[in-house]
Design a protein around this ligand. Structure first.
Ligand SMILES: *Cc1c(COP(=O)(O)O)cnc(C)c1O
Length: 394
């Protein structure tokens, strides 16, 4: 079958929840993806901030193949070595104390919200606790995650969602304080807002919210699903600021393509929230997924990924600043490490389409922002190649 025939088949079988690019993928290698007609694309999307190590990393592939030949699923009624190792390594890179493995980011958010409610319930026996979330946030598509997602367009048709959620403005501490009541049990936000348009939290905002939480025994939940796992040049974006969340969610790049996520918490919270029977999952923490996490974390160290993100990220920042100076329709440039965005005064869909035609993959965040979230192994040469094509598209 040719590309068109595959696409027609897809459109007659899949539920139409995405407007997809007219591309059918064959394979990936390093920073490049290849479609089934052999056309090559430089990839600054990485499967939405997932493929941190680039495609077809041999050590990663070998680790997964070796695990497949042993066992890929055991259930959570037993222990398995890949899960033990992955949990130990996640603790070490995050500084958190306890890990619960999930199958996706949204599921990690669900667990984090449940942990926060249980913590408050054990403290005062009430069942009317409130959670403060941010406008412009994105936490996933399941009912609980959607409830704390500050985008009316994603939520409206699915109301009523879970109750007692209040929204504040990101990076506006006063607006957060206004939403606090004696029922508040948690405040949740992304350390760097992703889908909402690449807005990093300011140091002042993070520190003020942290102090407020300490003062009132409110749990701080940070969503590091997109901005975590090295993307900003720190394993987790909050590590730059000298604060620590009580609960955090991680996913996307931790498995580099194997569907996996995790929520993690401090010992203090773990000792007073979810306990046996409160939460579970059939697949979460299965040996195949955990072998992936474990190998990804090892490879981050071996390949010195954080250093590369800092260097290439700073270089990309400079190159995008130059691009912004050349084109009037670019109105803002934000981000950290290899997570950056260009805001434009024109809809960016057309620009991204032109890039795709020229063999460069980019994605938007909303209608006016181009998002740059390449594999974390991107080099300065890759950035130069990207900027050259994008310049043309503008
Ligand atoms: C992608 C994303 C999610 C949802 O993760 P899924 O694996 O798609 O469920 C949640 N929060 C943020 C910040 C994300 O970028």
């Amino acid at each position: 079958m040719n590309m068109k025939e595959y696409i027609d088949e897809a459109e007659s079988a899949l539920l139409h929840t995405y407007n997809r690019y007219q591309i059918v993928w064959d394979r990936g290698d390093g920073m490049y993806m290849y479609d089934i007609e052999g056309k090559k694309y430089l990839d600054f999307v990485a499967g939405i901030a997932v493929f941190a190590l680039g495609y077809n990393n041999k050590a990663y592939n070998d680790a997964l193949k070796a695990q497949i030949d042993k066992v890929i699923h055991t259930s959570n009624y037993y222990y398995n070595i890949p899960a033990i190792e992955a949990a130990k390594k996640l603790k070490s890179i995050s500084g958190m104390d306890r890990v619960f493995f999930t199958n996706s980011g949204a599921e990690a958010i669900e667990g984090a919200l449940k942990a926060a409610r249980k913590y408050a319930f054990l403290r005062d026996g009430h069942t009317d606790h409130e959670i403060i979330a941010m406008n412009r946030s994105f936490h996933g598509r399941t009912m609980g995650a959607l409830s704390v997602t500050g985008n009316a367009h994603y939520r409206e048709a699915f109301e009523p969602l879970i109750g007692n959620i209040r929204f504040a403005d990101f990076n506006d501490f006063e607006s957060v304080k206004e939403q606090v009541t004696d029922k508040t049990c948690a405040i949740i936000f992304e350390t760097v807002q992703g889908e909402g348009g690449i807005y990093p939290a300011t140091e002042e905002f993070l520190k003020n919210v942290r102090s407020l939480c300490d003062e009132k025994d409110i749990l701080l939940i940070l969503d590091e699903i997109q901005c975590g796992m090295g993307r900003t040049g720190y394993m987790y974006a909050w590590q730059k600021y000298g604060i620590k969340p009580d609960i955090m969610a991680s996913a996307k790049a931790i498995g580099c393509g194997v569907p996996v996520g995790a929520f993690m918490m401090t010992e203090r919270v773990a000792g007073r929230s979810l306990t046996s029977g409160d939460h579970g999952t059939t697949y979460g923490g299965n040996p195949l997924a955990c072998a992936a996490i474990s190998k990804v974390i090892d490879l981050f160290e071996e390949l010195d990924v954080l250093n590369n993100v800092r260097e290439t990220g700073a270089y990309m920042y400079k190159r995008l600043e130059e691009l912004a100076a050349r084109h009037d329709c670019i109105t803002a440039h934000r981000g950290a490490g290899l997570m950056q965005g260009l805001e434009c005064s024109v809809p960016v869909g057309e620009i991204i389409n032109r890039a795709v035609e020229r063999g460069l993959l980019l994605i938007n965040a909303g209608t006016s922002i181009i998002r740059f979230i390449p594999p974390l192994i991107a080099s300065k040469q890759d950035v130069d190649n990207m900027v050259k094509i994008l310049d043309d598209c503008f």
